[in-house]
Design a protein around this ligand. Structure first.
Ligand code: ADP
Length: 374
């Protein structure tokens, strides 16, 4: 049986391990927190720091294949393991490009992938001289996630809010829609593409509200988005699962925002909605099997369950029974024992042939199920 390692033990690792049950594979997870969502689902849990060279190297040494569920890993150790014959999917070279916003933007530019115009800023002083580039969005080169490390700079007075370290200043896109496209790439370079997902934001809360798949876009936008996303993964030259996040602007131009080299929140519905989920697909890739079928059986919505503001401590799911009583609704709780504001604690997938019903139920769930603490 092949030995497969996952760096990181969060919810993505957990859902990946749930899908491992169907495959001949012995699973290993490394993560610092023994109470993480993945620990008890892996055949072997190793407590360790995924950003530490020696710990990652020692973890990967005896394995056949290694993947990640978060980008914050030590890619130098992964490079050494790769040179010694361990399969690392995504490849460390692709991971290195993606981990740096700066290298990522340069990669798009070099490969003629449409993306918003940008300038690199080394410190705040450089930023202050870029008044004519506004409105823009300032993004930290490294370490940003979930909107942390992103600062909107609309006018000159906002420049003060920018970062005083290496960052990318991007022209602000007049966004009509945000899409995500998940693509699978096999060891032999074959690709399989999932239908695009509409990421719908709550403008007042500035938070992701829900996601709908397949996305509601004109055919022309659909083809453009697919072609652009495919170009990104082809040029990354790595097997794995990739989530390409795209903007559609008011003129229907499609621009790449960013790419994740791993299973992604925008693909959670694939568990119930597609023949082969993104997690099933990643096992096929890691173990060298044929790719699965990405076709979607029914339209789907995803509602993320995040910790309510003002609640920190042992978690309590208010309204869970009511949601479990709803038809064609699938609740996934990630098993985190404590909640805090904004923490991703679970998600709910809704299936329906009627798009309107999807939106209606998504709203209903958001007003029924709350992540709180006693
Ligand atoms: P993160 O990876 O931390 O989520 P993103 O780069 O995806 O950060 O940015 C977060 C959000 O900020 C995006 O989903 C989008 O709504 C907005 N945003 C990012 N870049 C731009 C841009 N160039 N123009 C307009 N809005 C942007």
């Amino acid at each position: 049986m092949k030995k497969a390692g996952i760096l990181g033990g969060g919810q993505l690792g957990r859902m990946l391990l749930q899908a491992a049950i169907n495959y001949p594979v012995e699973t290993f997870v490394m993560e610092n927190d023994p109470a993480c969502p993945s620990a008890h689902l892996a055949n072997h849990f190793i407590k360790g720091d995924i950003s530490n060279f020696d710990e990652v190297y020692n973890f990967g040494k005896g394995l056949d294949v290694l993947t990640i569920e978060i980008e914050a890993v030590n890619e130098d150790a992964l490079e050494k393991l790769e040179a010694e014959g361990v399969k690392i999917y995504p490849r460390p070279s692709a991971l290195r490009t993606i981990k740096s916003k700066l290298l990522q933007k340069e990669f798009y530019q070099k490969n003629q992938v449409p993306t918003s115009a940008f300038v690199i800023t080394k410190n705040k002083q450089e930023l202050l001289s870029l008044r004519e580039f506004l409105p823009a969005v300032h993004k930290l080169d490294k370490g940003g996630y979930d909107g942390k490390g992103v600062q909107v700079i609309k006018k000159v007075e906002d420049l003060e809010k920018g970062f005083d370290e290496t960052a990318v200043l991007e022209k602000m896109v007049h966004i009509k829609k945000e899409l995500a496209i998940i693509i699978a790439v096999s060891e032999t370079g074959e690709t399989a593409i999932y239908p695009p997902v509409d990421m719908i934001f709550d403008q007042s809360l500035n938070l992701l509200s829900h996601q709908i798949a397949p996305a509601d876009v004109p055919e022309k936008v659909f083809w453009k988005a697919e072609a652009i996303a495919l170009r990104v993964v082809k040029e990354l030259k790595s097997p794995g699962i990739f989530a390409v996040e795209l903007f559609v602007d008011i003129d229907d131009n499609v621009l790449v925002n960013e790419t994740a080299p791993r299973v992604h929140n925008s693909g959670h519905h694939t568990i119930e909605a597609c023949y082969s989920s993104q997690f099933d697909m990643l096992w096929r890739i890691l173990l060298g099997y044929p790719l699965g079928n990405t076709d979607q059986l029914l339209p789907a919505a995803i509602v993320n369950l995040v910790g309510e503001n003002n609640f920190t401590g042992p978690v309590l799911y208010e309204g869970l029974e009511k949601v479990l009583a709803m038809d064609n609704v699938f609740v996934h709780i990630y098993g985190k024992t404590t909640t805090k504001p904004g923490r991703k604690m679970g998600h709910v997938t809704i299936l329906s042939s009627e798009k309107q019903e999807l939106v209606h139920k998504a709203n209903q769930i958001k007003h029924t199920l709350y992540v709180k603490s006693a």
